[in-house]
Design a protein around this ligand. Sequence first.
Ligand SMILES: C[S@@+](CC[C@H](N)C(=O)[O-])C[C@H]1O[C@@H](n2cnc3c(N)ncnc32)[C@H](O)[C@@H]1O
Length: 273
Amino acid sequence: MQMFQPVKKKKAARRRILKDPHVGLNYPQENVNECVESIFRAKNVLQSSDGFIALKNNLHNVSTLLQTIDGEECEITSLVCYGLGSPSSNRSARYQTALLLTLRDHYNVDTDIYDPLFTSVDIAALEELKFHILENNEEGKRNVQRGTVFFMPHCGKELYNNLLWANWSPVSLPLCIIIGNSFSTIVQNIPSRILKEHYEFIYLAKGLFKEYPLETLVEYNDIFNDMSIHVISRDRLDQEESGFWCEKCEPKYENCDVEIVRAKANVVTTKVL
Ligand SMILES: C[S@@+](CC[C@H](N)C(=O)[O-])C[C@H]1O[C@@H](n2cnc3c(N)ncnc32)[C@H](O)[C@@H]1O
């Protein structure tokens, strides 16, 4: 009978490893290096493309629009990325990581990153690139007090809507630069009735943001398509009536197909400060 005891223990340990996708050493190191190298190759391609010059110009235009109430230029102090996908297994995610590196170089700031899909290879590669992987699913509800760039490539509508809700004030929202699916295209493609019911903040924000489309940075048209840099200019804020910014309920997404992974029920996901 006792002879079977060690076998049981091994099985239990193996089950524990398989259950935890983040177990650090459970991946071949060469895959991590391969992934990092392919991201650097993608960065070279991106930075030698025609669209790269337009991107640099647009980042410059965005900086001039970013002003504080007293007219000073607002400094970008952090970069947050949601919904990157898996760079070790997906070409789009690799090129998007290359753009994230470019944005980090441009702003010279620390970068938080989260996607529930990350594998252990993704996490090791992204850590090698000195990104900070968030442990908690914020559902995009991060409130900011300083200039922050959110890079959210092809994310579910709930993430954009949650981010807008978490910063719904004339002080916080202008501090957010959002690089993600074009809000004006979403508003064009989704009936107003559905937007008003489930994605109220995307609906309200239409016309508030100036959009700079991401030009063709790479030859594949499924990587940065339909994406824009969104920024609010101060003069647009002044056009809104006072009731526009009043406190509004947190979005719930009841009776609709939710496109994002929700936080676990026991984790509080109201505004992340
Ligand atoms: C349509 S995919 C886009 C993937 C990639 N960026 C691309 O363009 O192919 C949406 C991504 O959002 C991620 N996602 C879902 N819920 C999320 C959440 N709560 N926070 C961050 N990312 C989330 C998914 O895991 C998925 O990788």
